[in-house]
Design a binder for this molecule. Structure first.
Ligand code: BTN
Length: 241
């Protein structure tokens, strides 16, 4: 892997590669020596999305992973922080657009998906946070109920590296806030971005499909769904309208 050192952002050392399989895979090798790494790539040959889907990785869009030490009991809260920081970063560029988070952490602009996050365990409490952002173009999504969009399609021309730096500094601040004050403020900010809040939604979990009203997030970052059986807490799943 051809990879060059860029700079330090907060306490992460940032490396950029030309072309690699997947930043989520390669970061696992680099963190053996330093636990605080960001690895970006101009192109990925085996970019992955959630649930085994491919993440098409053409030149010009942003693909990176960073490492984070998290107790697995706090992971569901962290998942929300990551999505919140990404939505806030996108808002700094798209000030007049409708930016929303589809639970738990997909960011949508004007109802089209602009980014995706894939969180995978490296070992013990160390996690790879993989982030893909459509900066210059949006791939056509096969078998998807949603369309995709990009920053460029919304009139913003920025460089993938500039976006990465902006995201990491926003994330570092949000994470600090969480460490100092807990999840409450993050949850409130997250709810201001919530897509389909108070609407009827369908959630597809590993085992079943549930329909109800998206009522709130709980203090773990789980989704509270109001169904005809009462309130149910959803730990993980895909949300549809
Ligand atoms: C999704 O919405 O399904 C998640 C997409 C995550 C894509 C990013 S790109 C950087 C990192 N490397 C990968 O192979 N996947 C993530």
């Amino acid at each position: 892997m051809l990879c060059s050192y860029k700079e330090k952002i907060a306490h992460w050392e940032w490396y950029d590669a030309d072309i690699i399989s997947s930043t989520n895979d390669e970061i696992k090798n680099i963190v053996q020596t330093n636990k605080h790494i960001i690895l970006s790539a101009i192109e990925q040959t085996k970019g992955r999305g959630r649930r085994g889907r491919d993440w098409l990785s053409i030149t010009g869009n942003l693909y990176f992973s960073y490492s984070l030490e998290v107790n697995s009991q706090n992971l569901s809260q962290i998942v929300c922080i990551i999505g919140l920081s990404l939505a806030k970063t996108i808002t700094t560029y798209l000030t007049n657009k409708d930016v929303k988070i589809k639970w738990p952490n997909d960011v949508f602009v004007e109802n089209k998906k602009i980014s995706g996050i894939l969180i995978e365990n490296i070992k013990d409490n160390l996690w790879a946070i993989g982030v893909g952002v459509n900066v210059i173009s949006s791939p056509k999504l096969d078998n998807s109920v949603y369309e995709a969009t990009s920053l460029a399609e919304n009139g913003v021309q920025i460089d993938r590296e500039e976006f990465l730096k902006q995201y990491m500094s926003i994330f570092a601040k949000d994470y600090q806030l969480y460490q100092n004050k807990g999840f409450l403020e993050i949850k409130q900010e997250w709810m201001n971005f919530a897509l389909n809040h108070q609407q009827e939604i369908t959630i597809k979990t590993e085992k079943e499909i549930k329909t109800g009203i998206f009522f709130n997030l709980d203090d773990n970052g789980y989704l509270i769904l109001k169904t005809n059986k009462g309130e149910e807490r959803i730990v993980a799943g895909d949300l549809f309208i």
